[in-house]
Write a protein that binds this ligand. Structure first.
Ligand code: MLT
Length: 268
């Protein structure tokens, strides 16, 4: 996997296909490979870039803390390094969605559209933030196994947990491949991310939302409320999928993205 040497981070990324640039950002605790099936479907038509955020996957690990502001700026620096000046479509799952909100705030002119998968705009409650700090400490002490054990049942829909062992196994491997020190830094940064709710009515680029109807983390109700708050946006709801729709319902997610992108760029 190629690595870009950017200020303060060595950013690992896959860069496939050619045409209009699409950047897809993974959730936590995950890496770029959650998008493998979307890349396969989109790369014959678009240039699809899937980075590992600093602290995740094969990108360098920031001990201490990594923040949404840094991740969004890393994306802009990555585009500079790749010499991409035309506006991109930025897609993000959950944490990737938080980065997309911040990217909109800080780098609006670089955006042609947004794809928000299973994400939310609200900041953490004090209780949730305290839980993340405890998770960070525990990860540095004992490694990432407990994270896989506690998160898998929340990340995936019951139908996936019961009926798609290959998806459960794939996600477990992705979680365990990450560096616990990087995950700890990520947890600390997530705990202090801002509330993006006031930003939603200002989003003035075409926006697609995608949600698994069984998502226990970014609920259907929250995602529908976001759709109402973002002018002109639309939502695709997917049955029998939980929080990790790109892995749980790869074909539906790829189809929804493809339709959105083809429409946006008027590809026939
Ligand atoms: C994610 O999938 O990125 C996480 O659920 C985000 C979070 O912990 O807030």
């Amino acid at each position: 996997m190629p690595t870009l040497n950017l200020p303060g981070v060595e950013l690992a990324l896959a860069d496939q296909g050619s045409g209009r640039p699409i950047v897809l950002i993974h959730g936590f605790p995950m890496d770029h490979s959650i998008w493998a099936q979307q890349v396969q479907s989109l790369a014959p038509h678009y240039r699809v870039i899937t980075p590992d955020l600093r602290g995740s996957g094969r990108s360098s690990v920031t001990p201490g803390k990594a923040t949404v502001e840094q991740w969004a700026d890393d994306m802009a620096t990555m585009l500079d390094a790749l010499k991409i000046t035309e506006p991109i479509v930025l897609g993000g799952l959950s944490m990737g969605g938080y980065v997309a909100f911040r990217f909109f705030q800080a780098h609006r002119s670089r955006l042609a559209g947004l794809i928000l998968c299973d994400t939310k705009a609200m900041a953490d409650t004090p209780q949730a933030a305290a839980g993340r700090l405890e998770t960070a400490r525990r990860m540095e002490r004992e490694g990432g196994q407990f994270l896989a054990d506690t998160m898998l049942p929340r990340l995936l829909a019951p139908a996936t947990l019961d009926g798609k062992p290959e998806v459960v196994d794939c996600l477990r491997k992705i979680i365990l491949a990450g560096d616990p020190v990087g995950y700890a830094a990520t947890s600390r940064g997530l705990a202090e991310r801002p509330n993006f709710t006031p930003l939603l009515p200002q989003i003035d680029c075409p926006t697609l939302l995608i949600v698994g109807r069984q998502d226990a983390i970014s609920t259907l109700a929250e995602m529908n409320a976001m759709t109402r708050a973002i002018p002109g946006s639309r939502i695709v709801e997917i049955d029998s999928a939980g929080h990790v729709t790109p892995l749980e319902a790869p074909e539906e997610v790829s189809r929804a993205m493809r339709e959105f992108l083809d429409n946006l760029f008027a590809v026939r």
